[in-house]
Design a protein around this ligand. Structure first.
Ligand code: ASP
Length: 441
């Protein structure tokens, strides 16, 4: 692995001249930070508007031949950002040229991509790094990212390069038409570049210290996760805990390039590292994190001698599939089969339709519907090999008087999912957190 770090800076890191100066300090403090990926300027305060959102507004104005009023807001924003930075070019001139190009190209993708383009131009100039246009590296086929071609193109283009800044979130088709990724896609650009240059680590700098062991809105001052596996990250993000564009990280992790989530505004914190595999000796805790989601419906079917009808589960699931209902979990017993479904899929009509079809086709003895259920995922790569895991989990719930509605004992070896009533959600998370994490620190 080469001594190269790819460092991606999110929108809040690029929001003001002060934050950009902080980014510069971070990059300059480590000479391995040779490839930098920048997002468009993000929010400066809670109700601020991200530059990318302003650009969507401007795109609507330009494409529909309205007066491009939003451009003035964007222009002022960039002029404010660069006011205290000493640039070697005129920002005002660059912005006016970009506006002309927006009219010329006249596509949403081109217009929206300019936030990252301008951000990267500014950062490259203050760092005295080379600016490389992402259109020469990130390849699309139609409007879809072409992973293989991107790797080939970027690897070749960046072979002899170092100390460069690239705008995230966009690329181009082989014929040169600019395309954007989905929202938050600068993360993806960073990952693609890290793979292309065989970086030793992909740093993802945002405004939080890394991943927390639980949602701080539920648990007071949760600990930071120092190390986790990609599988654990997936299990946590599936329950709504993550903001990373996770699918694109998989090839990166498989190639042995870890992700390091870090905080621009607290660089002394080493953040969270994500690997494909973490040896047991590196694991302090039995569990890595807890995440959860509300508003599920549990449907429990009972039928005498269900086990003699081996197609029962499949037939019920195919009724769901035909009605376009996603089933999250389906724990079963000797004569019972249940399904945990996100309640949003079960509008009144659909719920009645589903129950009627199950009654008609499957003829269960009973069918019970429980609404307002929460799912909580307890994640930990070593949980299954620890003989006290279940004891601790049950005692945490019993001691807080929480009724367990469902349990799915980690078929993937990484997580246990429990179902509790929505009103018990916060209590259950705190109980599990206190038992497993506070108890161990
Ligand atoms: N600026 C883009 C967005 O707001 C991409 C990114 O920041 O990752 O979605």
């Amino acid at each position: 692995m080469k001594k190269i770090k790819v460092s991606k800076f999110g929108g809040t890191s690029m929001a003001t001249s002060d934050t950009i100066s902080q980014v510069v300090r971070i990059i300059k403090s480590d000479e391995e930070r040779k490839f930098v990926v920048a997002s468009a300027p993000g929010k400066r305060f809670k109700d601020d508007i991200k530059v990318t959102d302003l650009l969507y507004q401007l795109a609507d104005e330009i494409i529909h031949y309205k007066s491009p009023d939003t451009f003035l807001i964007i222009k002022q924003r960039f002029l404010d950002i660069t006011k205290h930075l000493s640039l070697t070019f005129s920002m005002e001139h660059l912005l006016d040229t970009v506006l002309e190009e927006m009219f010329l190209h006249h596509t949403l993708d081109f217009i929206v991509s300019r936030g990252e383009y301008l951000s990267a131009k500014i950062l490259a100039d203050v760092l005295d790094f080379e600016f490389i246009d992402a259109k020469d590296l990130i390849r699309f086929r139609g409007s879809k990212l072409d992973y293989t071609l991107t790797q080939k193109t970027a690897r070749k283009f960046l072979k002899e390069k170092e100390n460069v800044v690239i705008g995230g979130f966009y690329g181009a088709t082989p014929s040169g038409s600019i395309k954007i990724l989905t929202r938050g896609g600068a993360d993806v650009t960073g990952a693609l570049i890290a793979r292309a240059v065989s970086a030793k680590v992909y740093e993802n700098w945002t405004d939080t210290d890394g991943f927390l062991m639980a949602d701080p809105r539920i648990v007071e001052n949760p600990h930071l996760i120092d190390v986790m596996t990609y599988k654990e990250l997936r299990a946590l993000s599936f329950m709504g805990a993550s903001v990373l564009h996770s699918d694109t990280f998989y090839p990166l992790i498989k190639a042995g390039i870890p992700i390091n989530a870090r905080n621009t505004f607290n660089p002394s914190c080493v953040g969270t590292f994500i690997y494909d595999y973490v040896p047991q000796s590196k694991s302090k805790n039995v569990i890595t994190g807890i995440a959860g989601l509300n508003n599920f419906t549990l449907i429990i079917m009972e039928k005498h001698l269900m086990n003699e009808d081996p197609g029962f589960d499949r037939k019920v699931l195919s009724i769901c599939e035909k009605l376009d209902i996603m089933v999250e979990h389906f724990p079963n017993g000797t004569d019972t089969f249940s399904m945990m479904i996100e309640s949003k899929y079960l509008t009144d009509d659909k719920k009645d339709l589903l129950i009627n079809q199950i009654r008609k086709q499957m003829k269960p003895d009973t069918i019970e519907v429980l609404d307002n259920i929460s799912l909580i995922s307890i994640v930990g790569r070593n949980m299954m090999t620890n003989k006290y895991t279940m004891l601790k989990l049950f005692s945490a719930l019993v001691n807080t008087n929480i009724t367990l509605r469902m349990i799915d004992y980690g078929s993937n070896g990484t997580n246990i999912v429990i179902g509790v009533d929505d009103i018990d959600f916060g209590y259950a998370i705190n109980a599990v957190y206190n038992e497993f994490i506070r108890g161990e620190h």
